[in-house]
Design a protein around this ligand. Sequence first.
Ligand SMILES: Cc1cc2nc3c(=O)[nH]c(=O)nc-3n(C[C@H](O)[C@H](O)[C@H](O)COP(=O)(O)OP(=O)(O)OC[C@H]3O[C@@H](n4cnc5c(N)ncnc54)[C@H](O)[C@@H]3O)c2cc1C
Length: 343
Amino acid sequence: MITKHRSLKVKNTLGLDVSTRFLIVAEKKETILDAWKFSKFLKLPFLILGEASNVLFVEDFAGIIVLNRIQGINIYEDSKLWKLHIGAGENWHKLVQNMLTKGIFGLENLAWIPGTVGSVPIQNIGAYGVELKDFCSYVDVLHLKNGDIKRIYSTECNFSYRNSIFKNKYWTDFVIIAVGISLKKKWQPILTYNDLKYLKPISAWDIFNEIFLIRKRKIPDPKVIGNVGSFFKNPIVTKKEAKLLLRYFPTMPCYPYINNQIKLAAGWLIEQCNLKEFYIGDSGIYKNQALILINKGHATSQDILSLAREIRIRVGKKFNIWLEPEVRFIKAKGECDAVAMLS
Ligand SMILES: Cc1cc2nc3c(=O)[nH]c(=O)nc-3n(C[C@H](O)[C@H](O)[C@H](O)COP(=O)(O)OP(=O)(O)OC[C@H]3O[C@@H](n4cnc5c(N)ncnc54)[C@H](O)[C@@H]3O)c2cc1C
């Protein structure tokens, strides 16, 4: 299906009133390839999206947006593992719920995250002590230039905190069309996250339900209040830098991260700048979680940008830590450098 000059207001979770020149819904890879060729023919920018829950449209998009809706869930098994092959256009949360209903456990900590399956490897989605990399076995990418499909095994995906090879080497001219996930048949609950420590789960459903309650407290429903989840990434610093900061801010939360580094809580840093419930136009900071920027109804892209800029400057001045957006910034011709936009 192809539509012209289409409003994206109900199609991005921030609820920004922006538009695209063409919008195409693709249920098979051939449609994606045709749309890409069409964009080359018309010399227009091309953008693939899932559910636009991790993008900030800085302005109207001047090209062709393709919404990936390739469906299909195939389940294989061996004596130890459930092996899933999932179409990139499947909704991630529905997949998690669907697997739990079938008695296939393991993904419950990642429940209630909006978006499609095809997007989850890109920033290696993570929540409540778990990341996609813990289960991902491969990612199938479609090379738009020649139509070839390449399987990238998880060892080659370079997964790290909110990052992967799909943000660089396999970014331009590649579209994710399927993801492979392996889950152990012998279920082990993961309760390392502080809010889950005291839970005594009998089944994965207990974790699923608890996470629903935690998320309900901290994150607004995008259908009611526009948002993209965490707007900024949690900063990663060296042990030495963390030690120095702790001298001045002894209550600062610090979490051990790989290679002797320390992960800080961006939400806490923002709170310390007396910015909670701070508003620019109709955009603001969510009252229950400072890391979430919201659209109260009529915020413009410029409102959100100004707010994000203000937050970044205030945190930078107080802590000498310069927050980086987790959300992807999209200009008229495609993705742009989010840090540069806020500098
Ligand atoms: C309320 C809320 C809560 C959230 N909670 C979390 C959380 O706990 N943890 C977390 O990690 N994230 C969270 N997020 C962020 C977001 O949901 C995830 O990043 C999600 O995976 C994005 O999926 P999407 O389909 O909406 O991606 P989109 O926003 O549509 O796209 C994101 C980027 O991926 C690209 N892309 C999309 N599909 C493809 C594809 N098939 N092939 C190649 N590139 C593609 C797009 O071009 C874009 O650059 C949250 C967001 C919201 C709104």
